[in-house]
Design a protein around this ligand. Sequence first.
Ligand SMILES: [Fe+2]
Ligand SMILES: [Fe+2]
Length: 145
Amino acid sequence: MSTKEMQAKLIANMERWQQVEANAIKTTADIAAKVKNPIIKHVMEIIKRDSEMHALTQKMIVDTLKGTYTMTPDELADVWTEIEKHIETERQTIELAKEAKSYLKGAKMTVQEYLVEYLLADEEKHNALLDQLATIKKGMYPYGS
Ligand SMILES: [Fe+2]
Ligand SMILES: [Fe+2]
């Protein structure tokens, strides 16, 4: 596949995906509006907000392919002191999430366990996002060539 073909396929994929995210945003909003239970409402709200960010990320991928946005190791280096402080904050969130999980072990508190698991997975996701950013900053590409 030529680079041009690959980029066209990737853009088409991102555009289809944005449509699917739009459906996800609508369905979760509808359920959140209808449901009375605050916990279920909250979970729908989480997915809705994530789906909004997913759609923006798909748009960003398209924009980078069109050359609208780029990111260089130097631009990351400029803001790295602040990002490093934030990495420390993320480390604290993971510590707290793991501690909370340890208290819930074997306690048969399904809802709390469910929500803490969600938080831990999300904090680990933030950590991974920043780890990969650090790799890009070093001028190394974590995803192969
Ligand atoms: Fe999504
Ligand atoms: Fe976080």
